[in-house]
Design a protein around this ligand. Sequence first.
Ligand code: HEM
Length: 166
Amino acid sequence: MVWTSRDFLLGVHLIAAIMWVGGVAFIGWAVYPASQFMPPLERRQFFRSLMQWSHRPLAAASAVVIATGIWLGTAAGPINRWADVWQTAYGRVWLTALLTGIATLAWGMFVGYRKAMTVFSNEYLWRQANGGDDAPLKKAMTSIIAVQSVEAAGFVVLIVCMLLLS
Ligand code: HEM
């Protein structure tokens, strides 16, 4: 079997997509629930470090997904002119994926990350929880989950688009 540059590009696209979607999902379904067993002040420090460390690699992975997705659809795919984007089913699904990918990346970087860092930077909230009154912290964490669920909805749309493209 001969590997083409398109196969290589598809491989990079898939690895970056696994890192992006898998990374965000792993924090949501494994790290977050497991952290509930930590004392509040330790949890705050842990999450601040986790978010600061994972923010750039996740943003880089999503940029690679989008860039390779553009390439796979155009230079290495069936979209050869602007009209193909509007006039073919492939082009319309690809455009939906492109816009959803950019919106999901922007949401994660500028809304999700900032919202989480605002909560993790609010020392009073965490000291209050450490002192036994954890209701305000629970409310703040629920608002983070609500904001992050927009990113999860973006992933669902993207995966449906990929099923339609293949
Ligand atoms: C959640 C993010 C994404 C995931 C998990 C994902 C996953 C995949 C998978 C599994 C394939 C292989 C399909 C196959 O050939 O059987 C694929 C192909 C492709 N993806 Fe994505 N993708 C994502 C985001 C994007 C975005 C944002 C774009 C557009 C900029 C895009 C454009 C493409 C294109 C053009 C192909 C080639 C389809 C073809 O002609 O066969 N993808 N993607």
